[in-house]
Every structure is written in structure tokens, then in C-alpha cells.
Design a protein around this ligand. Sequence first.
Ligand code: AMP
Length: 406
Amino acid sequence: MSGSRVLVLNSGSSSVKYQLLDMRDGGRLAMGLVERIGESGSRLKHSPADGESREWNGSVPDHDAALKAMAAELDRDGLGLGSPELAAIGHRVVHGGLRFTEPTVVDDAVLAEIERLIPVAPLHNPANLTGIRTAQALRPDLPQVAVFDTAFHTTMPESAARYAIDVETADAHRVRRYGFHGTSHAYVSRETARLLGRAPEDVNVIVLHLGNGASASAVRGGRCVDTSMGLTPLEGLVMGTRSGDTDPAVIFHLMRVGGMSADEIDTLLNKRSGLIGLCGDNDMREIRRRVDAGDERAGLAFDIYIHRLKKYIGAYYAVLGRVDAVAFTAGVGENSAPVREAAVAGLEGLGLAVDGGLNAVRGDGARLISPADARVAVAVVPTDEEMEIAAQTYALVNDSGNQNLT
Ligand code: AMP
């Protein structure tokens, strides 16, 4: 295999995000986003590494048109999909079930399995499949690699992965805890070990991925042993618009007493709960502004968010037994000093503390925010899911290329 570039595609139901990376040096050659696919007012934003960003609004009726628009923009920068430099396309696929524990070169059987998982990922897997099929049509000769959000969590023991419900019923419907954001948890736990100057195998980390979606994971020696999302990304932490943990009986109550349908409750818990349901805003910047101005609803939303976060830190401390680091990542984790401070406040007994000065410093790279003599490191570690997908994709096609030679 000669090329060193990998195109990373993250295909959602109405959007495609892409990045073109050169794996010789990890350089980002271009990135972009096509939004509102199949809706009115579609939009493309394309940013080459060495040039001005370009934007246009127009009609993008489907994913095929979206990828063709992306390809045309890459062509304009001399980075077209026809280039022999392109080694592979790496796709983010949300649900890989139990079968996909590693990145996988896509063939018909893999596509069929991703399709079989649609009932447990009805919002995501269909869009991911469309992205793969469309990219295959554009470059049929190129390896397409699926990198699964669930893969990192397949090392969870059964004690963490199973719900305590009737085993036959659960198995018949593939009901268990799969976990998501795995690419981020894998990347951040490894980068945290690197920040500490230690091998991932020697380090236990609690990773807090706090974005609009949010999840925590307990990582022992580089392997995930528990994570807060479950069958779907609804379980666990309080998120931007999702409730996280609730008593399942809330659903029956809302059906029987509130007269709501399953679909209405699904929308309530996924789209109208979490921070937005509690206070009308899901952007932590706006919530903090309101808290600082004395807004009580925003204050309560913030407190509920922090209370849940703290419970998971405590739970994963107990799961791991020994914790070397707590790592904050994603939009809120990387940028909100008040969230980091509040999440760790009062946990000195567990060896956890943040240094106010270090926590307040804004920076791009991975950094420690705990006092120098802290028993447990607290760190801000920016996530980079695209880089991780590209690295896994490149490693896989290089490996299979080498195997073909021998
Ligand atoms: P993500 O899903 O990782 O892109 O994170 C998006 C979320 O990060 C937004 O909804 C905000 O709540 C949060 N966020 C982004 N920038 C900041 C910031 N400077 N301060 C606090 N929160 C932020």
C-alpha cells in the first residue's frame, strides 16, 4: 500500500462530517461538514489546512450528493478522492454490538451485520450504512473501514454489561449495556497515560466525556471495565438534552398516568430532558452565565448535572479500586473550569483535587490541573475521535497490506 492519507467520515441522518488526514505525520489536510441533507437550506463548510474556509448553501438532497459535494471541494484543493495518496476511508459506526470488537474492513457480511443491529441503534446505524455504501460507490477499489463506538467497551465484564433482568428475555432481544463514545474513551485514556509518562497497561483512569452527549468510563490498564451509557446512549450522566439515569418505572407511569405514547416518552427523554429540560438551555456557557446572574433554575440544573457526575466518579473509583487519573474531555470537559471544579469539590478524601490556578488556564493540549502533590492526577485531555478513527483505519489497512505480501 502506497498512500498515507485517510478520509474519515462521520455520517449522521442529515449531516456528514469529514476530515482528511495524512498518517505520515498526523497532519490534517482538510475538514468539513455538510448539514441539513435532504432538508431545505443545505449547507457545506469546507476548511483546507492551507487556505481559506469556503461555505455554500444549496440543495443537497441525499448522502450521495453530500459526498459528491465534499469530493468536489477536496478536488479544488488538489486532495481529490481519486488520488493514489488516499489509502482508505474510515467510517464512524455507532453500534457494533458484540460482534465487532475491533475496527473492521467492510465487506458484504459486515454491512449485513451493521444492518442487523439497526433495531438497537435506529437513529445512527442506518445513516452510517448509507455513508459507507455511498463512499463505496465513489471509490469501489478502496478499503472502507468501520470503526465502532461500542468496540472499546466490549471488554466490560458481564457483571457490568448485563442488566439484572430475566436472562432469556434480555438475550432474545440483545438487551445489554454496550456503551458509546468508545473511540473517545480509548483515545483519551491512552493520552492520559502518555501525559503521566506511563504505559496505558499500568494506569487506571476515569474518563469523563462531557459534550452535548456525555458518558463516563472506568478504564483499568487500557481496558474498559465499565461505562455509563447502556443499550442506547440514554443511560448515565445528565446530558444536554438526554435524561441519563431514571427509574424505568417513570416510563410506565407516564404511559398509564400521563397518557403518553412510547414515542412521546422516547422524545421526552432523549430531546427534552437533561439540561434543556431542567432549565431551557443545553449550552454550558449559557447555563454558567445564568448561574452567575443568580438564575435559580439554571442553578438547580447545574447542581443536578454535578451531583450525577460526582456519583459516577465515586462509583468508578470503587469499581477500579485504585485510580491514577481522572480525565475531563469533550466540549464541556475541555472548556468548563466551573464544571471540573465542582465535580471534584469535596473529594479530597479520595485524593482528588484541582488547583484553581491551573484549572482556570485555557489551553489546547493535554494538561494536569491537580496540585503537584495530589494522590490522583486530574487532567484535561482534548479528545480527537477523527484522529483515532484514522489511526485505527491506517493501522488495519497497513496490516492487511503486509499480510497480503507474505
Ligand atoms: P461536544 O458535544 O463535545 O461538541 O460539546 C458541545 C457542548 O460543549 C456545548 O453544548 C456546550 O455545552 C459545551 N461547550 C462548548 N464550549 C464551551 C465553553 N467554552 N465553555 C463551556 N462549555 C462549552
